[in-house]
Design a protein around this ligand. Structure first.
Ligand code: ADP
Ligand code: GLC
Length: 474
């Protein structure tokens, strides 16, 4: 099959979260399975400029831009270079505010992706769009490209990586983006009186996927559906949850170039050197590394459970543990962690920022990894943790439920620690339980080994995507 993927980020070119990890690995897994994959994304600041010229319609105007290309792991990546829209400090916005022209930016991007694809002289079997930023792609396929010999017969697949980001804007954007008011209906792009790119993607696609089976069920309920549960129940027969894989070329402690000491399941003792180095890197005293080290790496947003941490701000420093955090996001959560670090400089190592190398070193240098998410479509860091012999402590939600097995104290089976209720006491109780288990060295080691031996490779997930594509084509 020939597949066109459209997404707003892909590792290693540009990344703010897990979407980029998926686009950096799934296409290559599909190529390994014998398919041809092109990925189109915007050219952001810092990426190579230029490429072939294209004129792209955007509502009443026509935009002249360029599309550059490179090949990686057998996947062709194309970069839409429109500097006025994408050559900016950040991908989506600054200082907690989205760029006001995001609807125009991502409409232009999606349309440019299709214009580029049409010019390649090949016939696509599948167009696979990801998240709200690519949500208009299936609408145009339906409205503007049905007679196109290269794109007209392609099945339309849409993946929801996070239902909380809906690309919802004032309805006055519709004509500015070139759409008629006939689309402003409940069966079209209208969402509670506004227009939604995410709804466009769901409504105009043949099949919808999301990134774990549990999340696929959760988003059909009013509690987790963010207003989309009715639509998703209506499309339930076309909706499937496929858990993300992890990219073992980039996340493998046996070959990770970011680590001071590499290790695998047969040489777990070498993990220790990474803990020592991590304490030094974060300016923590050596003694901090002799306590169990609890790591966190994430966007500092409500989704990730930081209000639970805030409620435990006085409790955590009293535990026999050292906490390490890497993240950026909401100011109040940055301040919370910086405050903890300044009050307890021997127990809290905090780095506000985005740092790929440090993310790897925290996975390797920690003993426990904390992901108390309120909701989590899939989550990747818990899988990286399992791979790095770092036991995940997670809340039972979405992909966290599908990838971490709670310790069964009777049998000693399990790969991590899981709590259910979204309450500070539930998190705290489970954390204390985990720290207690840490002193039972043999059991801890057994859990580490069980996690490290699990197979989260992309190939199995890629097969599931292929069967979704095949069913859509049938
Ligand atoms: P989400 O996509 O919701 O942010 P995921 O767990 O799926 O959550 O993926 C997050 C990805 O982004 C992981 O690869 C994680 O290591 C990375 N990441 C998040 N914050 C940072 C940061 N501050 N520095 C480096 N990597 C980060
Ligand atoms: C989203 C979700 C995360 C998921 C990622 C990749 O950002 O928040 O849970 O792992 O997409 O699918």
């Amino acid at each position: 099959m020939r597949i066109l993927m459209v997404a707003s980020e892909a590792a290693p070119f540009a990344k703010t979260g897990g979407l980029a990890d998926v686009l950096g690995a799934l296409p290559q897994a599909l190529v390994r399975a014998g398919h041809e994959v092109d990925v189109v994304m915007p050219r952001y600041r810092g990426m190579p400029e230029g490429g072939d010229p294209f004129s792209v319609p955007l509502g009443p105007q026509t935009v002249d831009l360029r599309v550059g290309q490179t090949t990686r792991g057998g996947v062709r990546f194309a970069f839409v270079d429109a500097p006025a829209w994408f050559d900016r400090d950040a991908l989506y916005g600054m200082g907690g505010h989205d760029y006001a022209d995001n609807p125009e930016r991502f409409a232009l991007f999606g349309r440019a992706a299709l214009e580029w694809a049409r010019a390649q002289g090949v016939t696509y079997d599948v167009v696979h769009a990801h998240d709200w930023q690519a949500g208009l792609v299936p609408v145009w396929l339906d409205r503007e490209y049905v007679a196109d010999p290269h794109l007209g017969r392609a099945s339309r697949i849409f993946t929801i990586h996070n239902l909380a980001y809906q690309g919802t804007f004032d309805a006055s954007w519709l004509p500015r983006l070139g759409f008629g008011w006939d689309l402003f209906t409940m069966a079209g792009l209208e969402f509670w009186g506004r227009m939604s790119f995410l709804k466009a993607g769901i409504t105009f696609s043949d099949r919808i996927t999301t990134v774990s089976p549990t999340y696929a069920r959760e988003i059909q309920t009013p509690e987790s559906g963010f207003g989309f549960d009715g639509l998703l129940r209506f499309r339930a027969a076309d909706l499937v949850g496929i858990v993300n894989g992890i990219d073992y070329d980039r996340w493998d402690p046996a070959s990770d170039p970011f680590l001071v000491e590499r290790y695998d399941v047969t040489s777990l003792d070498r993990k220790r050197a990474n803990t020592v180095a991590l304490m030094r890197e974060l300016g923590l005293p050596e003694v901090a590394g002799s306590r169990p080290v609890v790591g966190m790496i994430s966007r500092l947003v409500d989704q990730k459970g930081y209000d639970l941490i805030a409620a435990l701000a006085d409790e955590l420093p009293r535990l026999d543990a050292t906490f390490v955090l890497l993240g950026t996001g909401d100011r109040r959560y940055e301040d919370l962690w910086l405050g903890l670090a300044s009050r307890h400089p021997d127990r809290f190592g905090v780095r506000i920022g985005f740092d790929e190398g440090l993310a790897h070193r925290i996975e390797a240098g920690s003993d426990l990894f904390l992901m108390p998410s309120r909701f989590e479509p899939c989550g990747l860091n818990q899988m990286y943790s399992l791979r790095y012999g770092t036991l995940p402590l997670v809340r039972a939600t979405g992909g966290l439920s599908d990838t971490v097995r709670n310790l069964d104290p009777v049998t000693g089976e399990g790969t991590g620690f899981v709590f259910g209720d979204y309450l500070p006491q539930a998190l705290f109780g489970t954390l204390r339980w985990a720290l207690g288990i840490y002193t039972e060295k043999a059991l801890w080691r057994r859990m580490q080994e069980a996690g490290m031996r699990q197979d989260f490779s992309w190939d199995a997930s890629a097969r599931d995507y292929v069967s979704v594509y095949e069913r859509a084509r049938a």
